[in-house]
Structure formats: C-alpha cells, structure tokens
Design a protein around this ligand. Structure first.
Ligand SMILES: [Ca+2]
Ligand SMILES: [Ca+2]
Length: 114
C-alpha cells in the first residue's frame, strides 16, 4: 500500500513502523491516545499531521469516515488487523467533536495532540 518511499513521507512512515513492536494485536486493545503518543505523531508539526491525515483519508474526501478509521492501522502496515467495530466506534467518538460521524482534519489534529 505505502511500500514505496515517498521522500518526505519516508521518515514519517519509518517512525510509524518502529512502533509495531508495541502494536495492539489482541482485539479490543487499541488505544488511540497511546498509539499517537508512541508513534511520535503527537510531537510532529501540523504539516506532518495533515500529511498523515491525507494518507488515512484514502478517498480524499477531506474526512476520515468510519470505514477508513476501521482500516486505520493498515495504512501503517499492510499486515495490521482492522479495528473491531467497538474500537472503531470508540475511536470515532473520541475524535468526532462536532458529531457529524466522521473525522475532519482539525478533529484529527486535536485527537493526535491530545
Ligand atoms: Ca475519506
Ligand atoms: Ca466530525
């Protein structure tokens, strides 16, 4: 999926990949706060956070919909599991502050930096 190195994405994706040692493998164990902290995204510039958003927003709709959120981990590793429905809903609820059922770039940034 993102196996090609896109210059400036490369460093970013390498950081992300390095967290796989601590990656949640058991269903129900995903914790987005821990994830963003451990992958270093929380400390990235808002430009980098926007780039990450653009990767997760696969259909370029400017929103991360539930379906994209479910496959969130697979953007970082093709072999990662999909989130469970419960995890996806919890993740969405945590980020969706205006309640429209999807995550905008501002909501994403707020969640990453939380
Ligand atoms: Ca989208
Ligand atoms: Ca929203």
């Amino acid at each position: 999926m993102f196996s090609t190195c896109f210059s400036h994405y490369c460093t970013f994706m390498c950081v992300i990949h390095s967290v796989f040692a601590i990656f949640p493998t058991a269903a129900g164990s995903f914790d987005h706060t821990k994830f963003f902290k451990s992958c270093g995204l929380a400390g990235k510039s808002s430009d980098d956070v926007k780039k990450a958003f653009g990767i997760i927003d696969q259909d370029q709709s400017d929103f991360i919909e539930e379906e994209e959120l479910k496959l969130f981990l697979q953007n970082f590793s093709a072999s990662a599991r999909a989130l469970s429905d419960a995890e996806t809903k919890a993740f969405l609820k945590a980020g969706d502050s205006d309640g429209d059922g999807k995550i905008g770039v501002d909501e994403f940034a707020a969640m990453v930096k939380a």
